[in-house]
Design a protein around this ligand. Structure first.
Ligand code: HXC
Length: 258
């Protein structure tokens, strides 16, 4: 399918790359862009060849937020009736591992989209923040919840109440991103991680994602129960037989999709 606001490609075996592509608006996340993103995710979810998805923007902007020009004249009636922003949640419910490759601005909804991904890599140039307070609103796609879980309450309060940005180094220090990589290499690095993830057993990586994300959703005892259930379920898969046999036979595993 041809998209207007995103690009899709397959840069390495098992990896789908989704590039946000509204350069003139610094990848402001208008509703049609989110519709396209969700379509691309559906395709990637249904494609057995895809084991991981990388989401990126441009060098200048991962995404500068929800589209302010589109939101400006919206009324309460409309946003309530249409459940505005609910559709953004699709990225979080996507079942295969997702990696955000972030350069430049990741502000407002851009920061929130990045935080919906399972793993975040940043360029030294990356600039994060939740500046919604400066527009008379608050984050609406998970910023108050995800940023708080990642950086702690006091830091999240300071960031969200003042709207001030934080840089790549701070994002790494606070655990928002897993690594800051060399300038210009963030997409390559993310694709490399995606390729490695895609080379593992598909069901195992999907189960691992579900279990880790459950740590942010469930009380510990329930999370541990879910983990054990998922762990048990993997003994029903060919990949478990193959993975463990390969170890015992001192060879590399050949998982089903390879
Ligand atoms: C619509 C945007 C935009 C946005 C940038 N643009 N961000 N359009 N929505 N969020 C447009 C500008 O209007 C401008 O278009 C063009 O992109 C280039 O932007 P400039 O401002 O000229 O670039 P620069 O001076 O480099 O400044 C970059 C910037 C600034 C610091 C990122 O653009 C900015 O502050 N943007 C808004 C950031 C923000 O507040 N994000 C949160 C949005 S609210 P023209 O046509 O003038 O050339 C939000 C709500 C989330 O995300 C809740 C639900 C998801």
């Amino acid at each position: 399918e041809k998209f207007e606001h995103i690009l899709t490609s397959s840069p390495a075996p098992g990896v789908a790359l989704i590039t946000l592509n509204r350069p003139k608006a610094l990848n402001a996340l208008c509703s049609p862009l989110i519709v396209e993103l969700n379509k691309a995710l559906k395709v990637a979810e249904e494609d057995d060849a895809v084991g991981a998805v990388v989401v990126t923007g441009s060098e200048k902007a991962f995404a500068a937020g929800a589209d302010i020009k589109e939101m400006k004249d919206k009324t309460y009636d409309e946003v309530f009736r249409t459940n505005f922003i609910e559709s953004w949640h699709r990225l979080y419910t996507f079942r295969k591992p997702t990696i955000a490759a972030i350069s430049g601005f990741a502000l407002g909804g851009g920061c929130e989209i990045a935080m919906m991904c399972d793993l975040l890599l940043a360029s030294p140039s990356a600039k994060f923040g939740q500046p919604e307070i400066n527009l008379g609103v608050i984050p609406g796609a998970g910023g108050t919840q995800r940023l708080t879980r990642l950086v702690g309450r006091s830091r999240a309060m300071e960031l969200i109440l003042t709207g001030k940005t934080f840089n790549a180094e701070q994002a790494e220090q606070w655990g928002v991103v897993s690594r800051v990589v060399r300038e210009g290499s963030v997409v390559d690095e993310a694709v490399k991680v995606g390729e490695e993830i895609a080379s593992k057993g598909r069901l195992a990586t999907m189960a691992a994602k579900e279990a880790v994300n459950a740590a942010y959703e469930l009380p510990l005892s329930e999370g541990l129960r879910l983990e054990r259930k998922l762990f048990h379920s993997l003994f029903a898969t060919a990949d478990q037989k193959e993975g463990m046999s390969a170890f015992v036979e001192k060879r590399k595993p050949k998982f089903a999709h390879l």
